[in-house]
Design a protein around this ligand. Structure first.
Ligand code: PMP
Length: 433
């Protein structure tokens, strides 16, 4: 009788309702597939080249130098040397005075910054506009906070002259965007440069978003983790610097992308105190402190970049130059085999059209899995090349319109990109022989 009653108690639901429908995660599945099968991993977004020496040396100095206090907690919302230099640095870029203690907050990567934003600013029933395709966690985080995501897609206007597509060919339809704003809209999420397309939003597009935000009194969460990775002389424009936007924008950044050290998981938010004070409430009730030594090293990295700003030796000048070259190699490799690349204006990523490859991938009977998922799984298992299906970056309702693309990461060593090229060339030869 006792064991029966114990068992009966075990049948109560254990999962919190807010987790319903968000348990699946593309990264868990595809990172595992890549670990098992890939010879060349162009899936998840991280560099396989080293972080710059000045940064790793700063870390080593912090670790073994004389200041033993760097092994202890630091200021909860950000290590003082880091928030100070971030305030100095972004003050210049935004043309806005920044107080290190109230306008900057350090987080466990940009991911945690996003979590703080959604938890702090979204209420039950609030609508949050998300531009598709989007970094997938935005949707889950809005839902976890009790909000309702409202999606608006970038529409593809393909070039007519037979040229390769560019991420700039994916554009917002102004009327469609305006139609998504309602009395319930609390926030719009902007990600420029955009993961996965590599789109860098133009001044006109940002102006339109800003105008709608002001008109409807809506906040903006601007995810700018790829702000330094912009190519072909394009300019990254910070929406917080547009008229009327500072007071309603929180901008998210990541040392991982800034200094090619994604494993350090240092991110931060810049914004007005009236918004950041609520983010601090989530921060103090989730992680409260971030790792001190990593913050100290990032602070030194920014000291260096502040001195070298705009000079050829600056890492923020060198890294995009190197990545642009890598992008161009991958564009060539993909174009040569008929996997039509969409040339990205920014980020680590390149999306390619795989509609010419349908006959390579066997149909799976009775499967409702989209073609891009089947293709990416088949490719890693049979060719050893890992990439991510694009439809993973769309909402359930729109997924099926975007199943002919996959995303590659080109922030890789030359040797890695060469190995990817070899796989693609061999594949092409097999197809034509
Ligand atoms: N935002 C975007 C758009 C990203 O691509 C990523 C990382 N892939 C993040 C946020 C998270 O960054 P972090 O690693 O600093 O948490």
């Amino acid at each position: 009788i006792l064991s029966h009653s114990l068992q009966a108690k075990m049948s109560r639901p254990v999962q919190a309702r807010r987790l319903e429908g968000i348990d699946k995660n593309i990264w868990v599945e595809f990172v595992k597939l890549a670990a098992t099968y890939s010879k060349v991993n162009l899936g998840q977004g991280f560099p396989d080249f080293p972080a710059p020496d000045f940064l790793t040396e700063a870390f080593t100095r912090a670790l073994s130098g004389g200041n033993h206090m760097l092994h202890q907690y630091t200021h909860a919302f950000g290590h003082p040397p880091l928030v100070k230099v971030l305030a100095q640095f972004f003050e210049k870029l935004l043309g806005q005075d920044l107080d290190p203690m109230t306008n900057v907050m350090v987080t466990v990567g940009a991911y945690h910054a996003l979590f703080c934003c959604f938890q702090a600013l979204v209420d039950e029933g609030d609508e949050v506009i998300i531009i598709e395709p989007f970094f997938d966690c935005y949707e889950s985080m809005v839902k976890m906070a009790g909000g309702t995501p409202v999606f608006v897609p970038l529409r593809l206007n393909p070039p007519k002259d037979g040229k390769l597509m560019s991420s700039a060919d994916w554009q917002l339809d102004p009327a469609e965007l305006a139609s998504k704003f309602s009395e319930r809209t609390k926030i719009i999420v902007l990600n420029s440069p955009n993961n996965p397309l590599g789109k860098v939003f133009s001044r006109g597009e940002l102006g339109l978003i800003a105008e709608l935000c002001v008109k409807h009194d809506v906040l903006c969460i601007s995810d700018e983790v790829y702000e330094w990775l912009v190519y072909d002389g394009k300019q990254h424009i910070r929406i917080a610097s547009l008229q009327g936007m500072w007071d309603r924008t929180v901008t998210i950044r990541s040392a991982g992308k800034t200094f090619s050290a994604t494993g350090w998981k240092v991110g931060w938010v810049v914004g007005p105190d009236r918004l950041l004070q609520h983010l601090r409430t989530v921060h103090q009730n989730s992680v409260y402190h971030c790792a001190t030594i990593a913050q100290e090293a990032i602070a030194q990295g920014f000291q260096r970049e502040l001195m070298l700003y705009g000079k050829p030796e600056s890492y923020f000048v060198q890294l995009p130059k190197e990545l642009q070259q890598k992008r161009d190699w991958l564009v060539q490799s993909l174009d040569a085999v008929g996997m039509k690349p969409i040339i990205p204006e920014g980020t680590y990523f390149l999306v390619a059209d795989i509609s010419q490859f349908k006959s390579d991938v066997p149909d799976v009977p009775n499967s409702d899995e989209p073609y891009d998922y089947r293709f990416a799984k088949w490719m890693v298992k049979n060719k050893g090349l890992a990439a991510i299906p694009l439809s993973a970056f769309y909402s359930e309702a729109h997924k099926n319109n975007y199943t002919n693309f996959i995303r590659f990461c080109f922030a890789k060593e030359e040797a890695t990109l060469r190995a990817a090229n070899d796989i693609l060339q061999k594949w092409k030869e097999e197809k034509t022989s």
